[in-house]
Design a protein around this ligand. Structure first.
Ligand SMILES: N[C@H](CCC[C@H](N)C(=O)O)C(=O)O
Length: 292
């Protein structure tokens, strides 16, 4: 068994938590990444997180972001993850206060707001042809219609009343039903339940694909919800939209042009909460088989 120790950081963006590894020197070569990620992200038996990210070199940007969901699947992109990895890249000297990075969903830009742990990520333009509005939903769900937005990853947005009061089990039941509705979403989807508080403020709860549970916040889901609400005239699109998540606040701003939402920015905290070493028992949970 390898005696490898893997330096890592634990980062937290608005309650979305991530294990981050600097893989610029190919430390992770030889690992079955899917199994590794699933094990280290398991809460209770290992470090636990919503996702796992690696900082890797890039020939066209400051670095490459590789993102894995807690279930071991590689995701194209993660908004809160991108904010956390940008801060990490800055902390380890891989990037200055402004940076660009490669993802499976294209090139993103980010800025560490001076002297703070606030990070603003700029998304590529969101083509309006990637959005769908007022889609009917026949099954027993949170609403009779939903809206769809692809913001690096797929998102559905459901406007509901009193989202904070929605029972956790109900949210999970609806989330799973929609996320696994292959006739509508062959690739699956994240499911965002959104309440309009005022023309500048939305409250949001998200069932995340790949975590298969509610997470405390979702950056790309918040971005999709803010853009959709702006185009529908539910919030004022010309001003920043505040998204209240379960563990903090995200700010989203954008400009609506004829064919795309441009200048799309997602801003919020990105905290470094721990640094240490992952040891084999973090990724080999079979050392502790369940009691017969
Ligand atoms: N929490 C993430 C979304 C991760 C996307 C993932 N759940 C998927 O669809 O593969 C965010 O802040 O944008």
């Amino acid at each position: 068994m390898t005696r490898k120790r893997i330096p890592f950081a634990k980062m937290n963006g608005c309650g979305n938590d991530f294990i981050v590894v600097d893989n610029r020197d190919h430390l992770m070569d030889g690992f079955d990444l899917s199994a590794f990620v699933k094990n280290v992200c398991a809460r209770g038996t290992s470090v636990g997180a919503d996702g796992f990210m690696m900082l890797e070199p890039s020939e066209i940007a400051d670095f490459t972001m590789r993102y894995f969901n807690a279930d071991g699947s590689e995701g194209e992109m993660c908004g809160n993850g991108a904010r956390c990895l940008s801060r990490f890249a800055h902390l380890v000297g891989a990037a200055g206060e402004t940076m660009s990075f490669e993802t499976l969903a294209g090139i993103y830009h980010a800025e560490i707001l001076s002297g703070s742990q606030t990070v603003r990520v700029k998304f590529p333009d969101v083509s309006l042809s990637e959005l769908q509005f007022h889609q009917p939903y026949a099954a027993d769900g949170p609403a009779a219609q939903y809206h769809y937005g692809f913001v690096g990853v797929p998102h559905t947005v459901w406007f509901v009343d009193r989202v904070a009061q929605l029972a956790d089990e109900q949210l999970i039941r609806w989330g799973k039903q929609i996320r696994y509705d292959k006739s509508l979403f062959p690739q699956g989807t994240n499911v965002n339940f959104v309440e309009v508080l005022d023309p500048h403020t939305l409250q949001i709860r998200t069932y995340e694909r790949g975590v298969e549970a509610e997470t405390y916040a979702c950056g790309s889901g918040s971005t999709a919800a803010a853009i959709i609400a702006g185009i529908l005239g539910i919030v004022e699109a010309s001003a920043p939209v505040t998204l209240l998540t379960r563990r903090g606040t995200l700010r989203i701003s954008y400009q609506i042009a004829a064919d795309a939402a441009r200048d799309v920015y997602l801003e919020g905290d990105a905290k470094l909460v721990a640094r240490g070493e992952l040891l084999p028992d973090a990724w080999l949970p079979d050392h502790n088989p369940p009691a017969p």
